[in-house]
Design a protein around this ligand. Structure first.
Ligand SMILES: NC(=O)c1ccc[n+]([C@@H]2O[C@H](COP(=O)([O-])OP(=O)(O)OC[C@H]3O[C@@H](n4cnc5c(N)ncnc54)[C@H](OP(=O)(O)O)[C@@H]3O)[C@@H](O)[C@H]2O)c1
Length: 253
């Protein structure tokens, strides 16, 4: 069984390790023994636990799961040269990863919030010889898509990384609209969850424009509601949201 070495024992490391534990040996490297023990308990399988300072990464397959601000400190604590470094750090460039952690290859990955339920939409880019391995590893927490540049991963982050927040706003606003018309809050929330659950399945196979056409009959209720969304500039706002988030990602990296 291949060993995957997690650097960091936080939420993202645990989510990915949960998806990998059946098929890989897990090693976890952190700075606090108690937290490493908690990680092992929550994962529910025996893992190799190591402290960060002086840890030798030679020949290892690393999954870097610390905060972007910790890269320099973590890099300084490690020794040797890894086989490959997979990073989940938001906004941390391949150049910065290469400069701080010695590795024969580097792949940058960008999971989203749904990683915690095994349904992340994760984008990847970096040394292309590790494309397949990267897709297999990150596939443990959902879907993956390999992109050919860091520019594209920043744009994709503005879509899929920030996307849960945009959809949460839509969900809350639509629910408030129903409450405003007199639907009880608990009924509203149950209906909103069902709506998003079903829509999540439909959108896999049907183009959004066709979904909309399918439910919008001439002179009907959906047409009236849809026109109100267009009046409110929702379409343009969504496009501007992705543009603003992408601009911010570029500023930060
Ligand atoms: N959560 C998401 O949905 C999501 C989505 C996309 C990308 N990411 C990326 O995933 C990464 C990890 O996020 P997370 O949610 O797993 O964070 P987290 O739960 O806070 O875990 C952070 C980890 O970093 C370690 N750490 C903190 N400061 C350190 C230092 N100075 N030296 C060494 N280790 C240090 C922590 O160690 P201790 O346990 O000892 O404090 C912990 O193991 C972030 O870079 C984030 O950008 C997260």
């Amino acid at each position: 069984m291949q060993t995957i070495t997690f650097i960091g024992n936080g939420n993202m490391a645990l989510s990915i390790a949960k998806g990998l534990k059946e098929n890989y040996k897990i090693e976890v490297v952190g700075r606090d023994r108690k937290k490493l023990d908690i990680f092992e308990t929550e994962l529910g399988v025996t893992v190799q636990k190591e402290l960060l300072t002086g840890f030798d990464i030679t020949g290892k397959t690393l999954l870097l799961c610390v905060k972007p601000a910790n890269v320099v400190e973590v890099g300084a604590a490690l020794q040797g040269k890894a086989r490959v470094l997979y990073s989940v750090l938001a906004g941390t460039t391949l150049e910065s990863l290469r400069a701080n952690i010695s590795s024969d290859a580097v792949v940058r990955t960008m999971p989203n919030l749904a990683a915690s339920v095994g349904r992340s939409m994760t984008t990847l880019t970096g040394d292309a010889q590790f494309k397949e391995e990267a897709q297999k590893l990150l596939g443990a927490i959902g879907s993956t898509r390999w992109l050919s540049s860091e520019k594209e991963i920043d744009i994709a982050t503005a879509l899929a990384g920030s996307g849960p927040a945009y959809l949460a706003l839509m969900a809350e606003a639509l629910a408030d609209g129903a409450v405003k018309q007199g639907l009880k809050r608990d009924d509203t929330m149950a209906i909103m969850r069902g709506l998003f659950g079903g829509f999540g399945e439909l959108i896999q196979d049907i183009h959004p424009a066709l979904l909309k056409d399918g439910v919008m009959s001439p002179g009907g209720t959906t047409a009236a509601g849809y026109a109100a969304l267009e009046d409110g500039g929702v379409r343009a706002s969504c496009m501007m949201a992705v543009e603003a988030a992408y601009k911010k990602a570029k500023e930060l990296s």
